[in-house]
Design a protein around this ligand. Sequence first.
Ligand code: DGP
Length: 113
Amino acid sequence: MSDCLFCTIAAGEISVDVVYEDDKVLAFRDIDPQAPTHVLVIPREHFDNVSEMTRDNPLLAAEVLAATTEVAQLETLERGYRVVTNVGTDGGQSVRHVHFHVLGGRGLTWPPG
Ligand code: DGP
């Protein structure tokens, strides 16, 4: 989608700090980190949210989730970490291209706000 920020990032047209990438998945550091490690994991293909991706391409959804594990290993988050995906307005989703936040490097509180 030409007007999608994360599609533009996936196409390499906006510079990001890449942590992991393969032919289907890109992981890069969040511009506004909420923890010492805050990485966004996205499919290169556009889906608005996790529900759409899981419905239309469940194998890709599994690959994106597997990439969150790869990121946690690369970032040596052996004490633990959190994987979050926000959906829609109430979910606090600001970018309508599915992404998983991988957060770690400090103790994370619960519940979220
Ligand atoms: P969400 O609120 O769940 O849709 O998360 C979107 C995240 O995307 C938010 O944590 C900030 C991040 N973000 C927005 N624009 C950019 C950008 O241009 N570069 C990077 N690296 N991250 C961005």
